[in-house]
Design a binder for this molecule. Structure first.
Ligand code: URA
Length: 228
């Protein structure tokens, strides 16, 4: 069966579909010795596909992990400032196979999904699917009802007005659910209404809740159906 070369590369666990497209556009992908173009088709059983000079093998086994990310770790394969990365928390046999779906700031903790499934990565990243992301937010000040209302209806941050968010209060903390993913969005929203965050923790992505018994810095193998 033929499939698009960018799909083949992402299903092989090399990179997300979007990254695979970037590799193709930058001329780093070859099919049987010929430079690949976006949309070229390959037969995974017969064709030799090389990315950055390395032969890519078809891979069927999909890996899904959830991690309880600690504060102080960056979500990146490497860090120019030599900080610890979340990949340092994985054993060698997994570290090279998976990538993160979405990001958390270095100073944010909580639920992070890792996978080698390019399809899932795309589904979760695409705004049209509007997957919920829920955060538990501890603030220095007691939030006033007017501040909660502003967060609910949408606040102005430097990248524009945020979509209405779901805001609840539980055990003296805020629970904020958004489905956008702008950089430092929750921090910017909360600070825009005049509150100071002392702790930010992601506790849910779509169907997947961060379990109470998963220690910080640990990960757990899950299934795709736990997420979508
Ligand atoms: N919003 C933030 O401000 N930080 C995160 O890490 C995630 C969402």
């Amino acid at each position: 069966m033929l499939e698009r070369v960018q799909k083949f590369i992402s299903s092989a666990g090399v990179a997300s579909r979007r990254k695979a497209e970037e590799f193709i556009k930058s001329g780093q992908v070859f099919i049987n010795g010929r430079k690949a173009k976006l949309g070229d088709k390959v037969n995974p059983k017969a064709d030799v596909v090389k990315v950055y000079g390395k032969i890519i093998k078809a891979q069927d086994e999909k890996i899904y992990l959830m991690m309880n990310k600690p504060v102080g770790y960056v979500v990146s394969k490497s860090d120019p400032k030599h900080r610890k990365t979340i990949f340092d928390l994985l054993p060698n046999n997994l570290r090279t196979k998976v990538w993160n779906v979405g990001r958390l700031d270095a100073d944010t903790q909580g639920l992070l999904i890792l996978t080698n499934d390019g399809e899932l990565t795309q589904q979760l990243a695409h705004p049209k699917f509007e997957h919920d992301k829920e955060y538990e937010v501890t603030t220095q000040e007691e939030p006033a009802e007017s501040q909660l209302e502003k967060l609910r209806s949408g606040v102005e941050i430097s990248t524009g007005l945020t979509y209405p968010a779901q805001i609840k209060q539980r055990d003296g903390k805020l629970r904020i659910t958004i489905h956008e993913g702008k950089k430092r969005q929750v921090r910017r929203m909360v600070s825009a209404v005049g509150l100071t965050i002392t702790n930010l923790k992601r506790i849910r992505v779509n169907k997947l809740n961060l379990p109470k018994d998963l220690p910080l810095g640990n990960y757990k193998v899950i299934k795709k159906t736990d997420i979508l």
